[in-house]
Design a protein around this ligand. Structure first.
Ligand code: ZN
Ligand code: ZN
Length: 362
């Protein structure tokens, strides 16, 4: 089957015909209908996170498709189910799952080191996040897929696998934003646009979108942001204070990551405010906050992975929110492409004009 394989840091993915290993008793084989291309794929391909991979790996971690085969111990899904893959599994048995924090499931780590088959030269390949959605078919652990009841197209369902859940979950679950609170979203790609829409669902106001690109600010306003500001037009802390009557925001979501942007985003929160770190920093990045302001204004900084979502509860919830028009995923799909265009789509992430490119032909 055809797949896009990461072999070397900062080199294009290779489109290869690979031979998948026989599925194990707890494995589910999924024929992919769509795979989103997320910024984290670019981060791995460029070499900044490739230390997480065991060797050559099929990239892609945001997919949806149809179950075509299951191992004999699988009970959660059956052949014919429409499923969404999860960037973080939920095994239901590890300490974090038992504490209700399934987004921190420790079953992820052995998945990253699990051989998934052979490349054309006979060498082993693995799969990003235990998934590898840049392929015609993926073999994954039962813990990594969630069946959903819906007729929505796969290119919209795929976004629930990472971007939508990360952004919307950061607002609804990580921060648990209450109605009437003020919210700032810094970075308006797919994750940021999902966060903006979830802020509308939560009843937040104002909802202030921050992005240097005018086209993304416009999409943000169409999706429910009440204000959109350009970080190039002056300090974003000052701009947010102007909009919030001098107070600063109750919640700020940094969807970009890295010390410089986080320091700017911190300045947008007011007394008692919470800064949620959604974007990735590099492993050796260090964040700094002014000690007196942080303590005396009782501010809070919180990490966020995979939107703190409980996938088996929340994936169907997001489907329901989309089907009832509360969240618009159609407008988040900027373009649909074929697997052969994956390297171009990764390059396009540098220029940043697309909200989401989604592979729909493999
Ligand atoms: Zn992602
Ligand atoms: Zn677990």
């Amino acid at each position: 089957m055809r797949a896009a394989v990461f072999v070397k840091d900062a080199e294009p993915l290779l489109i290869e015909n690979v031979t998948p290993a026989e599925p194990g008793p707890r494995d589910v084989v999924v024929e992919l209908g769509a795979s989103g291309i997320c910024h984290t794929d670019l981060t791995v391909q460029s070499g900044r996170m490739s230390h997480l991979l065991a060797g050559p790996s099929i990239l892609g971690h945001e997919g949806a498709g149809t179950v075509i085969e299951v191992g004999n111990e699988v009970s959660y899904v059956k052949v014919g189910d429409r499923v969404i893959s999860a960037v973080r599994p939920a095994c239901g048995r590890c300490d974090n799952c038992l504490r209700g924090k399934t987004h921190l499931c420790t079953a992820l780590w052995p998945m990253l080191r699990k051989r998934r088959g052979a490349r054309p030269d006979g060498g082993d390949y693995y799969a990003m996040s235990g998934l590898g959605t840049f392929s015609q078919v993926m073999t994954v652990d039962e813990a990594s897929v969630v069946p959903v009841k819906t007729d929505l197209p796969f290119e919209q369902l795929a976004l629930i696998g990472c971007g939508l859940t990360t952004g919307a979950g950061s607002v609804l679950f990580t921060a648990d934003v209450e109605a009437g609170s003020s919210v700032v979203i810094v970075g308006c790609g797919g994750v940021g646009q999902a966060a903006i829409q979830a802020a509308v669902v939560a009843g937040a106001t104002p909802i202030i979108a921050v992005d240097p690109m005018a086209s993304k600010r416009e999409v943000a306003l169409n999706l429910g942001a009440t204000h959109a500001i350009d970080p190039g037009a002056g300090d974003i802390g000052e701009q947010v204070r102007e909009i919030t009557g001098g107070r600063g925001a109750d919640y700020a979501f940094d969807v970009v990551g890295g010390p410089n942007v986080v320091a700017q985003t911190y300045k947008t929160i007011g007394a008692g405010g919470m800064l949620v770190l959604v974007g990735y920093g590099a492993p050796d990045d260090e964040l700094k906050f002014p000690a007196f302001d942080f303590q005396s204004q009782e501010k809070c900084v919180k990490g966020c992975v995979a939107g703190s979502a409980r996938i088996r509860r929340d994936f169907q919830r997001f489907v329901d929110l989309i089907e009832t028009g509360r969240i618009d995923t159609a407008s988040m799909v900027s373009r649909t492409i074929s697997l052969d265009q994956v390297n171009q789509a990764l390059d396009d992430l540098h220029t940043g004009d697309a909200i989401r490119s989604v592979i729909t032909s493999f």
